[in-house]
Design a protein around this ligand. Structure first.
Ligand code: GLU
Length: 366
């Protein structure tokens, strides 16, 4: 039994292949999405859409059919395709008396607390105005090379759902469900209706499957489900082409796979968990055990420091946790292995006496 009656805020992610036909936006599909979204809004829910398709539609407009490789070309195609996408969303919502708004973001925007808060305020305001925010990655400026890209909209949608405290994330694509084994290899593979815990086995079995223009495969869907689950958000993975799929999912129909959330982490710890790290502090076993027991990280337990970071940045502790460091990498190198009381002798007074406090440390397997 699924029941989403109390899911007030719903994020819906639509993949490139789902919303397009032969390299162009499938206007009838977008109209059906808008109609279902309008019904949800009428019923008092808030909806945030996350759309893919900019790159694919840009390529289609130029008559390109092959795989789109090369960052510059993808950026250019995204710039062509994004307005084509938005035109269809706008026309469809207009007909229903609703306004939609384009919000383009990069991973950096979510990594920095101030820009993230700006984004959150803007989206909250749009929702209050009864407007449907339509989000996509700003593919024209975000590239992996400068570390500013989400990589795929699965991750973007999960981060957005997490940061906006959405109760439900619906991921519509040509992947209809999570299976107990690879359905492309095994005819008897069975779809899994509900996942209560994303185990290592599930992560390992989720091979990747991207397509010409879309980047997300099952692997990125599982990673996304993990992010959203940490935020206490349920996720439904479903075939976007099922008739009235959004309406049916919200009504509780057992379509696709539902991922049930773990306990909800605080907003701050979720931000920390989902932020990119600027470097790594390698700590010894004693320090690792201490921070697990919710003790502060002291300079004594540090073995080495890598990367170039400032105080207040997010860093990895070995590969087990993320922390906000009270010291920059240069300062840390000077106090490695020292007793806390020696910090002021080396760095002068006015400095913190621990490297990271427990409320600023989150374990990846918390
Ligand atoms: N942001 C990309 C686009 O709009 C899609 C990324 C993805 O496929 O997940 O084309």
């Amino acid at each position: 039994m699924r029941n989403f009656d109390n899911s007030k805020r719903i994020a819906i992610k639509i993949g490139t292949n789902t919303l397009s036909r032969a390299g162009a936006v499938d206007a009838a599909y977008i109209r059906s999405v808008a109609r279902q979204v309008a019904q949800l809004i009428k019923a008092g829910r808030e909806v945030v859409l996350i759309t893919s398709g900019a790159i694919g539609m840009g390529a289609g407009k130029l008559g390109v059919t092959g795989t789109v490789r090369g960052i510059k070309v993808r950026q250019a195609y995204a710039a062509i395709g994004q307005p084509l996408l938005m035109t269809e969303y706008r026309k469809s919502f207009d007909k229903l008396g609703l306004t939609c708004a384009q919000v383009l973001l990069t991973a950096e925007v979510l990594n920095h607390r101030q820009t993230y808060l700006n984004l959150k305020n803007a989206i909250e305001t749009l929702l209050k105005l009864g407007v449907v925010p339509v989000l996509n990655e700003n593919d024209c400026v975000a590239t992996d090379e400068i570390g500013s890209a989400f990589g795929d909209n699965d991750k973007l949608s999960a981060l957005v759902a997490s940061k906006l405290d959405a109760d439900l994330l619906i991921m519509l694509s040509d992947i209809d469900a999570l299976y107990d084994r690879n359905p492309r290899k095994y005819d008897d593979a069975k779809p899994i209706k509900a996942v209560y815990e994303i185990t290592d086995e599930i992560i390992k079995s989720a091979g990747s499957r991207g397509s010409k223009f879309a980047t997300g495969g099952m692997k990125s869907k599982i990673a996304a489900a993990q992010i959203a689950a940490n935020a206490g958000c349920r996720i439904v993975l479903a075939d976007g082409r099922v008739k009235d799929v959004i309406t049916k999912i919200v009504a509780g129909d057992e379509i696709g796979t539902v991922f049930m959330p773990k306990r909800k982490l605080s907003n701050r710890l979720r931000w920390l968990l989902n932020s990119a790290s600027a470097g790594t502090i390698t700590i010894d076993d004693g320090a690792a055990a201490a921070v697990r027991k919710k003790k502060s990280l002291l300079p004594k337990g540090i073995k080495s420091v890598s990367g170039d970071f400032k105080s207040g940045d997010v860093v990895m502790l070995n590969n087990i946790a993320k922390a906000v460091t009270n010291f920059g990498s240069g300062e840390l190198k000077l106090i490695i292995g020292k007793h806390s009381s020696e910090i002021k002798d080396v760095l002068g007074s006015g400095k913190k006496d621990v490297v990271a406090t427990p409320e600023n440390i989150v374990f990846l397997d918390y």
